[in-house]
Each structure stands twice: as C-alpha cells, then as structure tokens.
Design a binder for this molecule. Structure first.
Ligand code: PLP
Length: 398
C-alpha cells in the first residue's frame, strides 16, 4: 500500500481544478501534478468480479447442457457502479442481466449494447411501458394485473417483445401463486400471447442449506413449470447455486457472489473473493492520554495513552454505526478499530502501535476482506454494506 495518497491513478472523475497557468517568462511548462486529496477512493476490482463470474460458472458446470450464468445488477450493481460492472461481466461472457426497475434497465441498455437480455424483476407498470419498448427490456410478469397490462400493450408492438414469468413458491413476495396462478394456468391463450422466454422463481432461505423450505420450493417450481412453455428456467440466486445442481435448472441468477459477498452460512464452499475496498487518507492525528474521550457523546474513553487518526469518511458515505472497538480497516497489515461514534463525514481510528507512525495523507484501507465482519458488528446485511455506499467517493475501476 502506498504511503501517500495516489491521486494520479484516480481515473474516472479525477479532474481537479487546474489553476490558471502562471504568467511566467519561462517556456518550459511544468507537468500538472494534482495535490493530495482528502477525499476517499472507492476501488472496484473488475478482474475480481470477472473471476467471481468464472468461479460461479465452474460451480454450475455440468456435462451436456451448460447452465447459463446471468448477472443481477440491480441497485447500480449493488452500489458498485452498474456501468463498469455490467461491461466487465459482458466481457466475461454474460448475456442475461437482471435489474429491478425499467429505469435501471434503460441505463443498463446504454452500457451493454443491443443484444443481451435485460429482465426487469419488478415487472411492467403503465407509466414505464414506453421505456420497455424503446430499450427492449423484458419484464418479469409477476401477477395477473401485470400480465393483462403487458398483453394489452403488445397490441401496439409489431416486434412483440418477450418477457419472463415469475412464480411465487413460498416467499410471498413477487410472482404468481394461489388463485392468480390458477387464472394464468387456465388462460393458455394469454400465456401464448405473452410468449415468455424464461420462467423463474426465487428462494427465500437459500443461505441455510439445511432449511427444508429450499427443497419444497424447488419441487414446487419443477412441478408447476410443467404446465407452461418449455423455455429456460431459473431458481437459484447466489446462495441457491451452492445448494447443488438440482437447483441450477437452465440458468442461475447470482448477485452478491459476483460482488464478493459471502452468500451462504457456510462460506467454506464459496470460491469468490472481495472486489472492493475504500482507501481513505488520514486527515489528522491525535494523541490521547489515558482517560481522554473521543467522538460525539464521549462514548469512547482511552484505556491507556494512545494515538488516534481521523479519516474523511463517515455514515454519509455508508459506514454503518459500529460499536467502539470494531475493526473496520487496516494500515499495512495491522487491524484498525474505531474509537468513538462514527460521524457523518469523519471516523476516528485507533492507531496505537502501528509500525509506521500515522501522519496526514497516509492511506487507510477499509472493508476489503473485513467487510463481512464489519457488517456483522453493525448488525446490517453484507448486501447493505455495498448499497449504502455514498456518492462522495472518487471511484476507480481496475
Ligand atoms: C436480488 C435477486 C437475485 C440475486 O440475489 P443474490 O442473493 O444477490 O445472489 C436473484 N433473483 C432475484 C429475484 C432477486 O431479487
């Protein structure tokens, strides 16, 4: 890890204010060197995302008909940046993408070109129909209201775009179940007009391999899809993939595993790795005497003389409010824990006994392989650790 801020590698939005050239007689122009920044960097490792995609492919490999690996890139690719992430996944061979809303689909279409399928999980809504048509998005049809809406709209469309149909097999969230399922099943004309190219359902308890709900959902999905056209089917999210090949059907729909999050209760079986870290420069170093307090409310009391450092990221950047003493980062190989409540824009870290004395400009690394533990300490989902990430970071994709 470099000692001082690496502003020169900051590609995307690193266009610092360039002062007017000094009026000097000399004609040898100095190369412009940006000054160190206090702004933290969110570094996303696209190669790691591609490797995770490959690892999932390997986990799904079977003889005969291969299993397609799609990518769930909703919520701006879980906060990491759908543009770069989806392009990397396209480069890795992914041709089926899932987003939550039509608007997400619209921007995704600009990023990945005309050919890949983009499925919109939340389904069609009247106001967004024109976006579906213009951007060739495929809605996931979840209920009769959505089915009628899409069917009506098809009359105006010469190309008659395809869709997916989702069944609810026990989660009671989205998808056909109960009387809605009966209504759809009995209207074969409607199903024929909808002409789905994909059938899907979603697992409620996949991280827990022992949970009997998984098997029940799988059996129900396998049985009820027999009454529908024989098109590719998917059931497994990231965690579902590790339940075994019975759960893979024709396609899998990983999200979190692509982004290096632990998907299951048994991480030993997973072969993915972390894809992001925050690099935050130290803004100030403080020496505390035993008994001194730190942070809002003075909730942290120094148990001994110690050195702390303040970095310029806080809960407005998505850091969860972890208890005092939670390890959230590292300097070199040394773990750094919080001292005092996390502020909106600032966080105080215990730097006592670091190999190198801390000084302003030094870079502290947050999350990376520690993300899972930070989430646990904060009592938030590992997913949220990514979706909460704020908009103030420099971002780099390499
Ligand atoms: C979000 C989502 C996924 C991806 O889930 P992960 O747990 O992140 O792999 C798959 N399918 C559906 C329907 C989803 O909503």
């Amino acid at each position: 890890m470099s000692d001082s801020h690496p502003p020169f590698k900051r590609k995307p939005d690193a266009k610092p204010f360039r002062p007017a050239a000094p009026k000097k007689s000399s004609d040898t122009e100095e190369p412009f060197v940006p000054k160190p920044s206090g702004r933290a960097l969110l570094r996303v490792d696209l190669d790691a995302i591609k490797d995770n995609y490959e690892a999932i492919k390997t986990a799904c490999a079977r003889k005969g008909r291969p299993v397609m690996v799609s990518a769930v890139v909703k919520a701006d690719a879980y906060g990491l940046g759908a543009k770069h992430v989806s392009r990397a996944l396209y480069g890795a061979g992914c041709r089926n993408f899932f987003v939550a809303t039509a608007h997400e689909g619209k921007s995704l279409r600009d990023h990945i070109g005309k050919t890949p399928s983009i499925y919109v999980l939340n389904g069609p809504t009247p106001r967004e129909l024109p976006i579906f048509y213009a951007c060739k998005l495929k809605p996931v049809i979840n209920n009769m209201a959505q089915a009628y809406l899409w069917d009506q709209g098809l009359k105006s469309q010469e190309a008659r775009p395809r869709c997916a149909i989702q069944f609810d097999t026990g989660m009671n969230r989205m998808g056909f179940n109960g009387s809605e399922l009966d209504a759809l099943r009995s209207d074969t004309q409607l199903v024929a007009r909808l002409n789905p190219d994909h059938l899907m359902s979603h697992l409620a308890c996949a991280p827990d391999a022992k949970n009997r709900t998984n098997q029940k959902q799988r059996e129900m999905f396998a049985a009820l899809t027999k009454s529908f056209p024989p098109v590719p089917r998917s059931l497994a999210n990231s965690a579902g993939i590790y339940l075994g090949s019975d759960y893979h059907f024709d396609m899998v729909r990983p999200g979190c595993a692509l982004y290096g999050l632990q998907a299951t209760d048994d991480p030993a079986q997973e072969k993915t790795r972390a894809v992001m870290q925050i690099e935050a420069p130290i803004l100030q170093v403080n020496e505390l005497k035993k008994g001194d307090r730190a942070g809002y409310g003075g909730s942290f009391t120094a148990p001994r003389d110690m050195t702390v450092a303040t970095i310029g990221v806080g809960y407005a950047d998505g850091l969860p409010l972890v208890p005092n003493g939670t390890v959230i980062g590292r300097l070199d190989k040394q773990n750094l824990s919080t001292a005092g409540r996390i502020s909106m824009d600032l966080t105080i870290l215990d730097m006592t006994g670091t190999r190198r004395p801390p000084k302003p400009g030094q870079i502290v690394v947050l999350y990376a392989n520690q993300l899972q533990k930070v989430a646990q300490a904060a009592g938030v989902l590992n997913y949220q650790m990514l979706t909460m990430l704020g908009s103030r970071f420099f971002r780099s994709y390499d």
